[in-house]
Design a protein around this ligand. Structure first.
Ligand code: PMV
Length: 310
């Protein structure tokens, strides 16, 4: 039996603008993970995928081409040079809520790639894992920037510009995030399509807003790398104001951000596609519990405290 896992992720700065070529920063969330195990099956059994949380079990040979789980298994087997389908059972489990901006699709796919490679006695470098996972992100997202597969496959903070090799974002001083789930599922594809329509209707306004988001991501990178964490909170608030201006916030997200700030968070913003999903608030070990309680009282269904390490 072989087991591998992959972390969830949050986007700290620059979601949506990153689709339009501006920089963004994302970090892994080690506390939230997806796991894949691979067991040998009897000869002739072929590949079976068991997705425990989705209550699905299917054989690879019967799955349609656009099934994201089947796609990543097929792509990985081909990438490993396994032309004949092996007799393997692949079992999946995940802590990461689906369609909530935490990278659940990328994490499940990454865990699958890692487990299959290990079971075949191979190890794939992060860029190869990321390239395979990107193909399944296209099914989930339509036109993904590539930030999710990158941060999850490298499992380290990244400064990301679409189409360019990812750059590590060094963390000069550790910090903590309260990650709060609105409980509202929000498929990334729909939010990205909404923004695209709005951008097409008023390109000049949207390009200017994306430019501002890009400048914030640049300033945030400097603040993170030099450990000037007091600058980060205000930059998060500013990014949230811009996300609201492009129409991807919601009354619940605004209420939760306000509750976090009032309880002592340094700043707060939605993370990922928006409309629902998760938000992040900058906390310290001293403020974390108070902020988490305020978020729950304001309607968050789950709050995870995550440390962003050096
Ligand atoms: O997968 P999510 O919900 O974290 O959103 C991804 C971030 C977007 O910028 C909205 C889309 C993309 O492809 O980068």
């Amino acid at each position: 039996m072989t087991m591998a896992s992959a972390s969830g992720k949050v986007i700290l700065f620059g979601e949506h603008a990153v689709v339009y070529g501006r920089p963004a920063i994302a970090v892994p969330v080690a506390e939230l993970r997806a796991w894949a195990t691979v067991d040998d099956a009897p000869p002739g059994a072929g590949c079976t995928v068991v997705a425990i949380d989705l209550k699905r079990r299917f054989s690879l040979a019967d799955a349609p081409p656009d099934d994201p789980l089947a796609l990543i298994v097929r792509l990985t087997l081909a990438g490993l040079g396994l032309v004949a389908e092996p007799d393997w059972t692949i079992t999946l489990r995940s802590d990461i809520p689906i369609a909530s901006g935490l990278g659940s699709g990328a994490a499940v796919s990454t865990a699958i790639v890692r487990a299959l490679a290990q079971h075949a006695g191979r190890s794939l470098p992060p860029d190869a894992v990321s390239a395979l996972v990107y193909e399944t992100e296209r099914l989930h997202h339509g036109t993904p920037s590539g930030i999710d597969n990158t941060v999850v496959a490298y499992e380290q903070p990244v400064y990301f510009v679409r189409g360019q090799p990812p750059q590590p974002c060094r963390v000069g001083g550790e910090f903590w995030l309260a990650i709060a789930d609105t409980g509202v599922a929000s498929p990334t594809k729909l939010a990205v399509e909404d923004v695209r329509r709005a951008w097409q209707a008023d390109p000049a306004r949207y390009e200017a807003l994306f430019d501002e988001m890009g400048r914030i991501a640049e300033r945030a990178r400097q603040a993170i790398e030099t450990g000037r964490l007091d600058a980060l909170g205000p930059l998060m608030d500013e990014n949230q104001r811009l996300l609201s201006a492009i129409g991807v916030s919601s009354p619940l997200l605004e209420r939760l951000c306000a509750a976090a700030r009032q309880a002592g968070a340094g700043g707060a913003k939605l993370s990922g596609a928006g409309h629902g999903g998760n938000l992040i608030a900058l906390v310290t070990p001293q403020t974390a519990e108070k902020v988490a309680a305020a978020l729950r009282a304001a309607g968050a269904v789950r709050v995870v405290i995550s440390q962003v390490v050096r």
